[in-house]
Design a protein around this ligand. Structure first.
Ligand code: KDG
Ligand code: MG
Length: 404
């Protein structure tokens, strides 16, 4: 069925989301998430100016050819803006295919390998006591896997914490211009094992424990961290070093048995190829919406399966419910599924995005609605106009720029 229109919808129900909606000549619509946190309008312009004109009149069922056309046809390959735009097109086309077939996308991908997928939630605290209370609340809700982050003593800001007093989920893009955080590796390396010890002492070992380092360590520091956390049997430590330096992971691997996850900033299979084929990581965290959509992420996951690497897709709140629904459709089908991040979305998002996925006993179930199983309400979206917001930046105590 011919593509008749493609529209980009920008909305901010709690945070900014960009959604591509493709409509075919019989009136079927499909949607894809095109959100790139802090750089949203770059993808909007890329789609409106350089992709939408290329889609009109094409056969919506030619998903593979359209993907290649947009990837190879641009000549300028890869990169977060291009790959997020291609991902949105790809997901919208899978959504259309599913709706036209009357089947959920997971059925079109060959069917479910499991009914629900293990997810992890985000617990955090301004100190360890507050963190422990938050972990308790996740375990009470039935979570079987929890990521823990707490304020590093002596630093006035730490990555990954709920905003104090608001009760709101941790929201990384928090200001009109980037806020400046401070970072001191020795303080963190002293604190991290203390934090994990407190969590295991209070709650035991009968749930999965995760932690995000957010790209801040050198290879040797990461190796020291991994070793110091071994007694606490981590499910993973995430992004221990800047992800683009792939050789760094060899050093970490040589020194610790703590599992390593990486990939939320990767955009293509080429970014992960060495890490996977050299077995330098345990979990690949690439996401549907930043890695070229369902079609491309499926290839990444298949490559990972060959090398015993499991999946653990990025699912922060800055990826929209459309992205999360698409991730679940793929997660239930892959043999090497590991875990799926679920940070949830701020309340107004449920007014704009109608979802079908359901949480039960620590797992998320995608539902059986045709397509991706998520719809956008354009009228509700219009009530929440775009608000420019940036991620923070990070400096060392002497003012040197560091990775955030
Ligand atoms: O936009 C950046 C966030 O998606 C990122 O900071 C969240 O690291 C993250 C995570 O693991 O969810
Ligand atoms: Mg992360």
């Amino acid at each position: 069925m011919e593509i008749a229109a493609a529209d980009v919808i920008v909305t901010c129900p709690g945070r900014n989301y960009v959604t591509l909606r493709i409509t075919t000549s019989d009136g079927t619509t499909g949607i894809g998430d095109a959100t790139l946190n802090g750089r949203e309008l770059a993808v909007v312009a890329y789609l409106r100016e350089h992709v939408v004109p290329l889609l009109i009149g094409r056969d919506s069922g030619q998903i593979n050819d359209i993907w290649q056309y947009l990837y190879r046809g641009a000549y300028w390959r890869r990169g977060p803006v291009t790959m997020t735009a291609i991902a949105a097109v790809d997901c919208a086309l899978w959504d259309i295919l599913g709706k036209r077939a009357g089947m959920p996308v997971h059925q079109l991908l060959g069917g479910k390998a499991r009914d629900g997928v293990l997810i992890y939630g985000h617990a955090s605290g301004q100190d360890v006591d507050e963190l422990l209370e938050d972990v308790a609340s996740y375990l009470d809700k039935g979570y079987q896997a929890v990521r823990v982050q707490a304020a590093v003593p002596g630093l006035d800001s730490t990555y990954g914490l709920h905003h104090p007093g608001t009760g709101a989920t941790y929201e990384p893009a928090d200001a009109r211009l980037p806020t400046e955080n401070r970072w001191h590796t020795p303080a963190y390396l002293d604190f991290a094992p203390e934090m994990m010890r407190a969590v295991r002492e209070r709650f035991g070992y009968d749930f999965h424990l995760l932690h995000d380092v957010h790209h801040r360590l050198s290879p040797l520091e990461a190796a020291q961290l991994g070793r110091s956390l071994e007694p606490y049997r981590m499910f993973w430590i995430e992004d221990p070093t800047p992800a683009e330096d792939q050789e760094a992971f060899r050093t970490i691997r040589q020194h610790t048995t703590t599992p390593i996850a990486v990939g939320e900033v990767f955009n293509t299979i080429w970014d992960c190829q060495q890490l996977i084929t050299n077995r330098l990581i345990d979990y690949i965290r690439t996401s549907v919406s930043h890695t070229g959509g369902i079609s491309h992420l499926r290839k990444v996951f298949d490559l990972a399966a060959l090398y015993g690497v499991r999946t653990g897709s990025h699912g922060a709140g800055d990826l929209s419910p459309v992205s999360f629904a698409a991730a679940l459709q793929l997660d239930v089908t892959v043999p090497n599924f590991g875990i799926q991040e679920y940070m949830g979305h701020l309340e107004p998002a449920s007014e704009v995005f109608r979802t079908n996925y359901e949480f039960r006993d620590g797992r998320m179930y995608p539902g059986d609605a045709p397509g991706l199983g998520v719809e956008i309400d354009e009228e509700a979206a219009a009530k929440y106009p775009y608000q420019p917001k940036y991620l923070p930046v990070n400096r060392l105590l002497d003012g040197t720029m560091h990775d955030w």
